[in-house]
Structure formats: C-alpha cells, structure tokens
Ligand binder design. Structure first.
Ligand code: NAD
Ligand code: MG
Length: 404
C-alpha cells in the first residue's frame, strides 16, 4: 500500500490546475487535495472545493476570498478560506501538504513557489517564470530547503526522464553533449511575417496542439515560451547555454531529447497532453495511469523537424542573448514580456510590439549582477516600469494577462 500524498495546488483554476486535478481524481487512494490557491475566480474555486474538499483554499483577491468563504460556509464545507499574498504563502507551505504543484502564471508565482521550496516540499514546477526570475537563488533555496524539484513543463519533464536517474547537475559527468528542446512553432509558424502586425489575441491563442492559458499561448506564438524554457533548462539541469538547442517539431509528439557523447539521442514521446508529465512527477519514481490515450505511431505516420526561423521568431534570439548576458538580463526580459503580452491580450498593443518592447527594455537596462533574490525582484519591478513606459501604459497596468 502506497503512502497517500497530500497535494497543494497553486493555480488551481487554470489549465495546468485542471489537468492536475483530473489525474488526482483518478487516484483517490494515492492523492488527496490539501490546499487550493488561485487569483480570483471564486465560482470555479467553490466548485473545486465541493468536489475535492481541501482543508485550505487561498484566493489572492480579498473580495473573491470573501465570496468564496460565504459560499463554502453556506454549503457546510470545512474548508478554511485565506486571502492575499499571505494566504497564498500559507497554501504553499502548509505543513500538512507534502507535494506542491506550482502552476501560478507569471513572476507572481515566485513567492509561493519559493515558500514551497524552502519548506522542503516535493515541488512540481510548471511556473517557468518563477525559475527564470529566481534563477540560481531559487535553485539554492530549493537545495537548502531539502525540496525535490520535479519539472512538469513538458520539455523539461522529457529531459528529466531522458537524463540518468542519478543526474546531479553535472552534464560532463553524465556524458551529456546537448539538450534539445522541441517547439511546435505555434499558430504562426507558416503565416506570412508581414501579416503578424494584424493578428488578434484569439488567433495568437489558437495553438495547433496544446490547450493552455492565454499568457503561455501568446508566448508560444512568439516563441518567447521556448526562450524562457531554454533559461529554465539552464537552471534546472546546470547545463551551459551553448549546450542547449531548439528544434521545431510541429506535431508536438517528441517532447525533448538528450544527446550523449557516444552519439545516443534519447527522446520522450507522447500525446501533447499535460496529464502525462503531471502524472510522471506526481508518482515519481513510480508510474500511474494519467488518462492520456496511447500513442499509435503507425497512425501518426510521420514526425518532422526543422530549424527555427530566427527572423520570424526574434524573441527566441532575445532569450539566448539575455541568458548569455546573465545577471538581471533574463529577469528584465521576462518582466517586459509579461507587460507586453498583457497589453497585446488587452488589445492595447500589436503582436510585433511584444518583441520590440522586450528588445528596447533590455537595451535600456544593461545587465547587472544578481547577488541575491532581492536584486532580481528589483530588476523585475524596474523593467515593468520601463516596459509600461515604452508601451505608453498607465503605471498600474497589469503585468500578466487577467486571469481567473
Ligand atoms: P492559466 O492562465 O490557465 O492559469 C493560471 C492560474 O494561476 C490560475 O489558477 C490563476 O487563478 C492563477 N493566478 C494567476 N495570477 C495569480 C496570482 N497573482 N496569484 C495567485 N494565483 C494566480 O495558466 P496555465 O496555462 O495553467 O499556466 C500556468 C503556469 O504553468 C505558467 O507559468 C505556464 O508557463 C506553465 N505551463 C503551462 C502549460 C500548459 O499546458 N498550460 C505547460 C507548461 C508550463
Ligand atoms: Mg513547455
């Protein structure tokens, strides 16, 4: 009989939250929901509380927390409702939870994700932005806290599965020559570049293979998502930038590959369905059913690969340059991107302004050393201000797309 794990789900009302709860619901003997946390969708949160009966529910928005509290009390549920940034931290570090799924979108996820890492949890990491901002400081906090970091971003989960089980952040020792991240190319892979100035948020969010939240969907359309993932892979696996490549693979079946010095290339394959990496990380080192359909290779018939077009996807190059510059550069890039993507989704900026804003913010803010996490958080706030200025947005314009 396996021990029952108690899971705290940060970003419970989102796309990753959905996939995770679907897997959890298939294994009530193995997993119970200890805490749920989200931004402000009280209605969705109430429905989740009725179904999963967590001990704790956290909402960032205080009004949403009040609405939720009334609703749950009326229904006679025992769930305790907490609010604000403090409430999120409580859900992240709840002593009764051993596993924390970090799936808040954007740099807003860094506080709770860090709290879970410091508390020594098994952290299932979806929130790449927190790692891009936190970088080495985040990795050290996780190590010092005794946390187990398990990536569920599909590419990093694939790399994790293709690396040796005892991989300890030393590629040379493991005989690793190169990490290859696959990228679908998103909805605009073949769209004439001249038309990109006129694309709408809905077109940018219509990903050919994955159904995801709107922020990461836009990042996939610009390929900034892959850029952030290169940075994420660098920190997670201790691999230098020159050993991380990106290849376009429109079918999204091969989720990433590890090349070894002997010429072997190991890949992980599966349908593009986040329940696979989530189930892998939830059960690791065991395996559980995820509900994902079996892969029928004969039916797929062919898988194709091509080099990414750097002119069509300039954000990818920007991310490589920022990682090479080091220090605050990746933080600045991520912050400017969050502001620009939110502006695009709100109809306040055209699609090409995302790259232009990121490039200009980086130009105006030369890279500085990050000695501690505070340096990164300062650069994050400053870059948001610069990006808002470039886009002529009000000083309080939201940083991530309005979320549930
Ligand atoms: P989403 O927009 O569908 O959901 C975001 C969740 O975060 C919601 O529950 C929302 O309430 C919550 N949230 C947003 N801002 C918050 C805040 N300030 N405080 C507290 N909660 C907040 O996004 P998603 O697609 O589920 O993505 C979540 C994260 O996972 C992102 O970092 C994304 O890059 C990463 N990720 C997602 C996928 C995917 O398939 N969706 C794949 C890989 C990685
Ligand atoms: Mg990914």
């Amino acid at each position: 009989m396996t021990m029952q794990r108690r899971v705290s789900l940060l970003g419970a009302t989102g796309s990753i939250g959905d996939s995770a709860l679907d897997v959890i619901a298939r294994h009530p003997d193995r997993y119970a929901v200890e805490a749920l946390a989200a931004h402000r969708n009280a209605g969705r949160m109430a429905a989740l509380c009725r179904r999963f009966r967590p001990a704790l529910a956290a909402m960032l928005d205080p009004d949403a927390a009040r609405t939720l509290g009334r609703d749950l009390a009326g229904a006679g549920l025992p769930t305790r409702v907490v609010a604000g940034a403090e409430g999120l931290l409580e859900a992240a570090a709840s002593p009764a939870a051993d596993t924390v799924l970090a799936a808040i979108v954007g740099a807003a996820g860094i506080g709770p994700t860090l709290a879970a890492a410091r508390a020594g949890k098994r952290v299932l990491l979806a929130n790449k932005e927190a790692l891009v901002v936190g970088g080495g400081a985040f990795m050290r906090a996780a190590r010092d806290g005794g946390a187990t970091l398990l990536p569920i971003d599909s590419e990093h989960n694939a790399l994790f599965q293709c690396l040796p089980a005892d991989y300890a952040g030393d590629p040379a020792r493991a005989g690793v020559r190169r990490l290859v991240l696959t990228a679908s190319g998103g909805p605009f892979r073949t769209r004439p570049v001249a038309e990109l100035a006129g694309v709408t948020p809905d077109e940018a969010c219509a990903h050919p293979n994955w159904r995801m939240g709107r922020k990461i969907s836009v990042d996939s359309a610009t390929m900034m998502n892959k850029g952030l993932e290169v940075i994420e892979a660098h920190w997670l696996f201790g691999v230098p930038i020159v050993m991380i490549d990106v290849v376009l693979h429109p079918q999204s079946v091969v989720h990433s590959l590890v090349e070894y010095v002997d010429g072997s290339v190991l890949a992980q394959l599966g349908h593009p369905d986040m329940r696979t990496p989530i189930a892998q990380a939830l059960a690791w080192p065991e395996r559980i059913e995820s509900g994902v359909a079996r892969l029928d290779l004969a039916r797929l018939a062919s898988l194709s690969f091509e080099a990414p077009d750097r002119a069509r996807f300039p954000c990818l190059g920007l991310a490589y340059d920022a990682l090479a510059a080091g220090g605050t550069a990746t933080v600045v890039l991520n912050a400017a991107n969050e502001i620009a993507v939110a502006a695009f989704l709100a109809g306040r900026a055209p699609f090409p302004a995302i790259h232009a804003t990121c490039a200009e913010t980086l130009e105006r803010m030369p890279a500085r050393t990050v000695a501690a996490l505070d340096d990164a958080l300062e650069a994050d706030a400053a870059a948001r201000g610069v990006a808002r200025g470039i886009l002529k947005l009000p000083a309080d314009a939201p940083g991530v797309a309005v979320t549930a």
